[in-house]
Design a protein around this ligand. Structure first.
Ligand code: NAD
Ligand code: TDX
Length: 331
C-alpha cells in the first residue's frame, strides 16, 4: 500500500510514520512536509531508509497532484497547530489549514484517492468545568481561536467534498496528544524541558483548564483503525478518557522530578482560553473495537520525561527561540 503522509515530519505525523514502518511491512511511505519551524527531519531519522521525504507545501497544487496521483491513501496531518501562534499571526493558519486542505481535496477528487483527515476536538469549542457532557460527533461546531476555526473550516471542506463529489474520505477529531517528538512550544514538553533546565514550569492563569490527554501512539492506532475499517464520510472522535486540569499536570511533573508541589509560576493567561475539552469515543470503541494502550497518564508522562532526558539533541535547538517568543507575551 502506498501511503502519502502530509506533515509527517511533525509531532503526530512522525510518530505515525515510525509506527507504520514498524508495524506494516507492506507500506510504502512518502512524507510531504514543508519543514516549517515545527517540522524536523530528525524526527524521521530512525526510519529514514524506509521513507521518502519530499520537502514542499500542501498548498503547491502541482506537487500535490503528482504525489496524490502516486498514492493509494493520503493521511493528512499537515497543519499549523499551535493556538498561541495563531493569536500572534493567523495568516499561515488560513493558508495551510484551509487552502492546503482544499488543495489536497481537489487532488484526491481528481485521482479518486482514499483520504483521511486528521483534526482536533477544538472544533467543538469548550465545555464548562462542571458539565457532565463530553463532545460527540453530533456536537455543533463552535471553534474559539484562529487555529481551531481553520481546523473546523477544513473539516467542513472535507464533508462537502464527500457529499458533493463523492470523495472517499474519513475524519478523526482527537484530544490533546503527548509523547516523544512534540515541539517544546506545547504545554507538556515545555514544562519537561524547563524542569530539565532547572527552570520553573509556567502555568497560564489559575491552571483550572482541563484537557483530555491521549498518548500519541494511541491516537495513531486509532487513525489506522479508521483508515482500515471506518465508514466513508464518517467522523470518529478519538480520546482515551484522560481529563486532567493543567495544575494537576504541572504538579504530577513536579512530583516526577522530585520537586516541591508549588515550585511553578503563574503567568499571563491565553486570550480566549478554552476551559475544558472532553471526548466521548464510544463510536470508535464500539464500531471499530479500538482501545488505548496507555491508560495510566502518570506512567505515560514518566516515559515522556525519559524520552526528553535522552534526546536533548533533538529539542535543544528550538528551546531558546521558543522561550524568547513566550517572553514577549509575558508567558
Ligand atoms: P506539528 O505542528 O507538530 O506538525 C505539523 C507538521 O506539518 C510539521 O512537520 C510542519 O512542517 C508541517 N507543515 C506545516 N505547514 C505545512 C504545509 N503548508 N505543507 C506541508 N507541511 C506543512 O503538529 P501536530 O501536533 O503533529 O499535529 C498534527 C495534526 O494533528 C494537525 O492537523 C493537528 O491539527 C492535529 N491534532 C493535533 C493534536 C495535538 O494535541 N497536537 C490533537 C488533535 C489533532
Ligand atoms: O506554557 C504553557 N502553560 C500552560 O498553562 C502552555 C504552552 C500551555 N498552557 C496551557 C494551555 C492549555 O490549556 O496548557 C494547555 C495545553 O496547551 P497546548 O499544549 O498549547 O495545547 P492546546 O491549546 O490545548 O491545543 C493542543 O491540543 C489540541 C494542540 O496544540 C492542538 O494542535 C490540538 O488541536
Amino acid at each position: 500500500m502506498k501511503v502519502l503522509v502530509t506533515g509527517g515530519a511533525g509531532f503526530i505525523g512522525a510518530n505515525f510514520v515510525q509506527q507504520t514502518v514498524r508495524e506494516r511491512p507492506d507500506a510504502e511511505v512518502t512524507v510531504l512536509d514543508a519543514l516549517t519551524y515545527a517540522g524536523d527531519r530528525g524526527s524521521l531519522a530512525p526510519v529514514a531508509e524506509r521513507v521518502r521525504l519530499v520537502e514542499g507545501s500542501i498548498t503547491d497544487a502541482v506537487l500535490v497532484d503528482r504525489l496524490v496521483g502516486e498514492a493509494d491513501v493520503v493521511v493528512h496531518f499537515a497543519a499549523e497547530s499551535h493556538n498561541d501562534n495563531s493569536l500572534d499571526d493567523p495568516s499561515p493558519f488560513v493558508q495551510t489549514n484551509l487552502v492546503g486542505t482544499f488543495t489536497l481535496l481537489e487532488a484526491v477528487r481528481k485521482h479518486g484517492t482514499r483520504f483521511h483527515h486528521i483534526s482536533t476536538d477544538e472544533v467543538y469549542g469548550d465545555l464548562e468545568l462542571d458539565d457532565p457532557a463530553k463532545f460527540t460527533p453530533e456536537t455543533p461546531y463552535n471553534p474559539s481561536s484562529p487555529y481551531s476555526s481553520t481546523k473546523a473550516g477544513s473539516d467542513l471542506l472535507v464533508r462537502a467534498w464527500v457529499r458533493s463529489f463523492g470523495v472517499r474520505a474519513t475524519i478523526s477529531n482527537c484530544s490533546n496528544n503527548y509523547g516523544p517528538y512534540q515541539h517544546v512550544e506545547k504545554f507538556i514538553p515545555r514544562q519537561i524541558t524547563n524542569l530539565l533546565d532547572g527552570v520553573r514550569p509556567r502555568l497560564y492563569g489559575a491552571g483550572r483548564n482541563v484537557r483530555d490527554w491521549i498518548h500519541v501512539e494511541d491516537h495513531n492506532t486509532a487513525v489506522w483503525a479508521v483508515i482500515d475499517h471506518g465508514r466513508i464520510g464518517e467522523t470518529y472522535l478519538i480520546g482515551a478518557d484522560g481529563e486532567q486540569n493543567n495544575l494537576d499536570v504541572v504538579r504530577t511533573l513536579l512530583e516526577l522530578f522530585g520537586r516541591e508541589p508549588d515550585d511553578f509560576d503563574h503567568v499571563a493567561d491565553r486570550p480566549g482560553h478554552d476551559l475544558r475539552y472532553a471526548i466521548d469515543a464510544t463510536r470508535l470503541r464500539d464500531e471499530l473495537g479500538w482501545t488505548p494502550r496507555y491508560t495510566e497518564f502518570r506512567d505515560g508522562l514518566a516515559a515522556t520525561i525519559e524520552w526528553y532526558r535522552g534526546n536533548e539533541a533533538w529539542w535543544r535547538p528550538a528551546k531558546a527561540a521558543t522561550e524568547a517568543k513566550y517572553a514577549r507575551t509575558g508567558q
